[in-house]
Design a protein around this ligand. Structure first.
Ligand code: ATP
Length: 239
């Protein structure tokens, strides 16, 4: 029996008749980080959505903690401590920072006030702006809030889609640092969907590269991975 935290077996995803992901398999150990890399349209976000229960597979299985969760509703997946941070900023723009955090904390955390405080400990800028409406925050601060909302439920698995999209490098550093702290503190298992190859490879343990819905390479996120991934992606651009 496998001791994987999360296992994806022969996953095929479609939108109507259009194939988005073709027969992809991977397995992630408890506390491990797998980054899924690839160009626009490669199928990365579709995998993220299916892990969160938002895109039921055409075929294949998703196994979480040894249980088949393939066709579970998103709320049941989140009850199993899988937290999904979609592309874009998953926040309520007209609520304050504190209200956004409280919504997540009340639902899932045993001690909501302490959970909100831990978000401010992670990102002091959120604490400074706790009474501001989320829509008035900078893009980086909104992403900090989105990450905090995903972490506040004390997840065991977090699926993060395009964390660094549209953000300045210094902000990206802050956000990755926070994610790293959460990972160290709680041994969170992470699926990191990224286009920013350098950052993703330095954070992750292993990488999986998607091209046009197919898994073309997977391996350790070590010093060789960068060249391999860029080789595939430049070939794709040239094709
Ligand atoms: P991006 O970084 O641009 O989000 P991606 O690698 O995450 O790219 P997906 O968003 O998973 O790729 O898209 C995979 C394929 O599925 C693409 O061909 C895309 O056009 C298609 N697709 C994605 N979402 C939908 C949808 N809601 N309806 C129809 N086709 C879709």
């Amino acid at each position: 029996m496998s001791n994987a935290k999360l296992e994806v077996q022969n996953l095929t995803l479609k939108y109507g008749d259009a194939l988005a992901v073709d027969n992809v398999s991977f397995s992630i150990a408890h506390g491990e980080c797998l980054t899924i890399l690839g160009a626009n349209g490669a199928g990365k976000s579709s995998i993220g959505k299916s892990l969160a229960g938002l895109l039921p597979p055409a075929s294949g299985n998703i196994i979480l903690d040894g249980d088949d969760v393939t066709n579970l509703e998103p709320y049941l997946i989140s009850q199993r401590k899988l937290s999904y941070l979609p592309e874009g900023r998953a926040i309520f723009p007209t609520l304050t920072v504190e209200e956004n955090l409280m919504l997540g904390a009340r639902k899932l955390s045993a001690d909501p006030k302490a959970a909100v405080q831990s978000a401010y400990d992670l990102f002091s800028r959120l604490g400074d702006r706790r009474k501001q409406q989320a829509r008035t925050l900078s893009g980086g601060e909104q992403q900090m809030l989105a990450v905090s909302k995903a972490l506040i439920s004390d997840p065991e698995v977090i699926v993060v889609d395009e964390l660094s999209l549209g953000l300045a490098p210094l902000i990206i550093d802050d956000i990755y640092t926070a994610l790293g702290k959460a990972r160290e503190a709680n041994n969170v298992t992470i699926v990191l969907i990224e286009q920013y190859i350098d950052r993703a490879l330095s954070f992750a343990d292993r990488a999986l590269l998607m091209v046009h819905g197919h898994e073309v390479w997977s391996g350790p996120a070590d010093s060789n991975a960068d060249g391999i991934v860029r080789g595939f992606l430049s070939g794709e651009t040239a094709a």
